[in-house]
Design a protein around this ligand. Structure first.
Ligand code: NAP
Length: 303
């Protein structure tokens, strides 16, 4: 049986991933959208959450696809209305916002799910299983992509709360915090901030346990989304954002349904069991980098 769901913030990621994932799901049916400008063909559109819920009282779950800054107020209203809420990543503009949503969701008895889509990449569960209990001697992360391709014209990513290159970088950090068998903490960071913008366009993060992370949003051509974990038993490599897993250079067979279908499957499990899943560990590293990082002014950025 499918459950009705509302989708809000109909922009790039809603169209690219959420709409197809819901359409392909046997657990969910898209009942309506809530968005100031966006709509999905064949689905009743609303610009206001209260109006949407008045017209579709059967909807008990909403998935929010806004950027983090405007998302919080909408998430709070949705929880207050008694809805189960699924949040795009990163789950808030601040850690305190997420804590507040978690508190409100618990008080309301609804599900809150802070999704991290990269954790659903095909190689991630097998990488976590292989690393469990192993000694890690070093980690190298390269997350390099073209901002103009992945966030065309989206000025919000370079405004306060947009997190700059940590927007895609949090995908890498979400995998790291999932697969590493030991905790790590940031020791130093350099943040390259364009002279005309508020957030970094590149960053280099130096963690404990010899974990080195490079983010760059000015990479041309194909993206590089790689994590290499060295252990005495050999090197584990995740490529293609976690979809390809190699152990000592040998491809490992990995299966999976794809990131966003897996997120909606997980949301269905959470709602059906009345559970929440709230994890801010990738955001803690982002906040630490913004707190501790050395700001380096670089060339102005224009689209
Ligand atoms: P987007 O297209 O710029 O924004 C999504 C929608 O949010 C907009 O279409 C807009 O819908 C609504 N919105 C934007 N600013 C708003 C504001 N100030 N007040 C109220 N609503 C506002 O962004 P996106 O690329 O889809 O990213 C959204 C989230 O998904 C981010 O947290 C991002 O990290 C995550 N994400 C993005 C990607 C990607 O490749 N772009 C990949 C994975 C995850 P209306 O104008 O219709 O209200």
């Amino acid at each position: 049986m499918t459950m009705p769901i509302a989708l809000a913030g109909i922009g790039k990621i809603a169209r690219d991933q959420h709409v197809p994932a819901i359409a392909g799901s046997s657990r969910w049916a898209l009942a309506c959208t809530v968005s100031r400008n966006g709509a999905v063909e064949g689905v009743p559109p609303f610009t206001d959450l209260a109006e949407a819920l008045a017209a579709h009282p059967e909807v008990r779950t909403i998935s929010l696809c806004h950027p983090p800054v405007p998302r919080f107020g909408i998430a709070r209203a949705a929880v207050a209305a008694g809805l189960n809420v699924m949040l795009e990543k990163p789950p808030g503009a601040t850690l305190a916002e997420v804590a507040e949503l978690e508190r409100l969701a618990a008080a309301q008895g609804v599900t809150l799910y802070t999704t991290w889509h990269s954790r659903m990449a095909r190689g991630v569960p097998a990488a976590k299983a292989w690393l469990a209990g192993r000694e890690v001697t070093s980690v190298r992360v390269r997350w390099l992509e073209d901002i103009r391709h992945w966030h065309p014209g989206q000025d919000w990513v370079l405004e306060p709360g947009g997190m700059g290159v940590f927007d895609p970088g949090s995908n890498a950090l979400s995998i790291l915090t999932e697969i590493l068998p030991m905790p790590v903490h940031l020791r130093e960071a350099e943040l390259d901030v364009p002279a005309n913008r508020q957030t970094p366009i590149a960053a280099r993060l130096h963690f404990s346990e010899d974990v080195e992370v490079t983010f760059d949003w000015l990479e041309q051509g194909d993206p590089v989304w790689d994590i290499v974990v060295e252990t005495p038993a050999g090197a584990l490599t995740l490529e293609q954002g976690g979809d390809r897993l190699l152990i000592d250079g040998r491809d490992q067979a990995v299966a999976g349904q794809g990131e966003y279908p897996a997120l909606y499957e997980r949301m269905a499990e959470l709602v059906e069991t009345g559970a929440s899943e709230v994890d801010v560990s990738p955001m803690i590293h982002v906040a630490d980098a913004m707190t501790l990082g050395r700001r380096i002014e670089v060339a102005p950025f224009e689209w």
